[in-house]
Design a protein around this ligand. Structure first.
Ligand SMILES: [Zn+2]
Ligand SMILES: [Zn+2]
Length: 114
């Protein structure tokens, strides 16, 4: 829904502040838009969850994230099962090779190479 400023007919932008949002204009006009709708809160919490997952790459308890990793033939050093999830993480600067992580599909042991 697009709304226009009653002062200058400029486009009003939504500005979120905690659980409320405002309609603000570059001319300085603003009005309360009421409480945030649930959908906006949901989207923000999903976004935050995603950011958390991406910044904590060694969080192996996140089954939904791990499930997206390709499975490779790799022997687990702990139980010798021959399939593991794999993913790569760039730990230092981009000109250094990334580190490979593996997670055994059987015993959930996680290890790194490289
Ligand atoms: Zn205005
Ligand atoms: Zn294993």
């Amino acid at each position: 829904m697009v709304q226009f400023c009653p002062e200058c007919s400029g486009l009003l932008r939504k500005k979120f502040e905690s659980r409320e949002f405002y309609l603000v204009c570059k001319c300085g006009y603003h009005e309360s838009g009421g409480t945030r709708v649930d959908q906006a809160i949901d989207q923000e919490s999903i976004r935050k969850k995603t950011e958390t997952l991406e910044s904590n790459f060694i969080v192996v308890s996140e089954e939904d994230k791990i499930a997206l990793h390709p499975q490779v033939k790799k022997t687990c050093p702990k139980c010798e099962y021959k399939k593991a999830d794999s993913w790569q993480v760039q730990i230092r600067s981009s000109d250094e090779p990334s580190t490979h992580f593996f997670r055994c599909l059987k015993c959930k042991h996680t290890w790194r190479e490289g």
